[in-house]
Design a binder for this molecule. Structure first.
Ligand SMILES: Nc1ncnc2c1ncn2[C@@H]1O[C@H](COP(=O)(O)OP(=O)(O)O)[C@@H](O)[C@H]1O
Ligand SMILES: [Mg+2]
Length: 310
């Protein structure tokens, strides 16, 4: 696919990344497990890539979980989300693993189970489910997974072998997720300018002033969310003609400064007359003269200004 063209899935500039994810699906269909951490800034398109993978996982079972910031302190909250659909298989696990996981999820009373057993139990559970159909586990916003879940899933990821399981995480660039740092990674980078323009143009209904377009593309630095959000705060006139844009500001304020510099040396009466002229919209000289008289401005107040109009 050429740059700037819309991919099959409505994503611009992600052909290579999508290909990699689709190859992973082909691999697990052949019984070779796959692990990947998508890492990138907020808004760069990680969730969009997970969506792409889910859409292409025909014939597979897809289990999605999302780290939730408010649940970061709840041990195993994320793991519970991921395993919930498979808990009917618990009885198929070796008893120590079954009991360990049952205790973690509050299905069985007992002391805090051994972390190693918990990890093995999750590995067994997912492998067992994958024997029926290839299994795709998508863990979004992994930067907000509780630590116990992140560590357990990383443990599982390192031990997957000949199982039909794909385990794909999406996490923030700056995520403090040591557990995932050792796993294979795909950096999700900003779009190039051609693709960024295409995203911007596809999202807009009204025409865009070329200078404004360039400004937004530069400001967004290839981040699709920024490309979609930046035009929002601007009026159609601003987008079409570039009025009052930050990029136009320096020029506008330079002009303004120049006028102020010229006005400064003029007498107060002259400046007041100029102000009056500026707020009179029609250029009606008779009206202006009448208003000046009412304000008590001398009839020759305009002279100093006329003398300077070079
Ligand atoms: N390659 C792309 N082309 C067009 N739109 C995209 C692309 N990648 C992401 N988007 C859109 O940009 C926004 C942010 O993407 P998202 O996947 O939510 O980012 P992240 O999960 O990394 O924070 C979403 O509205 C998404 O649909
Ligand atoms: Mg996301």
């Amino acid at each position: 696919m050429h740059s700037g063209e819309l991919g099959r899935q409505g994503l611009y500039g992600r052909r290579r990344d999508c290909d990699q994810l689709e190859r992973m699906l082909a691999e697990i269909r052949m019984g070779r497990s796959q692990v990947l951490v998508l890492r990138g800034d907020a808004g760069i398109g990680k969730t969009a890539l997970l969506d792409h993978m889910a859409r292409h996982a025909s014939g597979c079972r897809v289990s999605r979980v999302t780290g939730v910031e408010s649940e970061m302190e709840l041990a195993f909250a994320g793991l519970h989300q991921l395993c919930a659909p498979f808990l009917d298989r618990l009885d198929r696990l070796p008893p120590p693993q079954r009991d360990a996981l049952s205790m973690v999820f509050g299905l069985l009373e007992g002391n805090a189970p051994d972390r190693f057993f918990i990890g093995l139990a999750v590995l067994s559970l997912l492998s067992d489910a994958a024997e029926e159909r290839p299994l795709v586990c998508l863990v979004d916003d992994a930067q907000w997974l509780d630590q116990a879940s992140a560590q357990t899933l990383a443990f599982v990821a390192r031990r997957l072998l000949a199982e039909s399981v794909a385990l794909v995480f999406a996490t923030r660039e700056s995520g403090d997720d040591q557990a995932l740092r050792q796993l294979p990674e795909l950096r999700v980078r900003g779009l190039n300018d051609v693709d960024a323009r295409a995203v911007l143009q596809a999202a807009l209904r009204s025409p865009l002033d070329p200078a404004v377009l360039n400004g937004i593309v530069a400001e967004a630095r290839g981040n699709p969310l920024a490309l979609l959000e930046l035009p929002r705060g601007r009026t159609p006139a601003q987008l079409a003609f570039g009025f009052e844009l930050p990029s136009a500001m320096p020029l506008a304020s330079r002009v303004e400064q120049e006028f102020l510099r010229q006005l400064h040396p003029l007498p107060v009466e002259t400046r007041r007359l100029l102000l009056l002229a500026a707020v009179e919209p029609l250029g009606d000289v008779i009206l202006l003269r009448e208003a000046a008289t009412r304000l008590g401005l001398a009839s020759d107040a305009a002279t100093p200004a006329e003398a300077r109009s070079d």
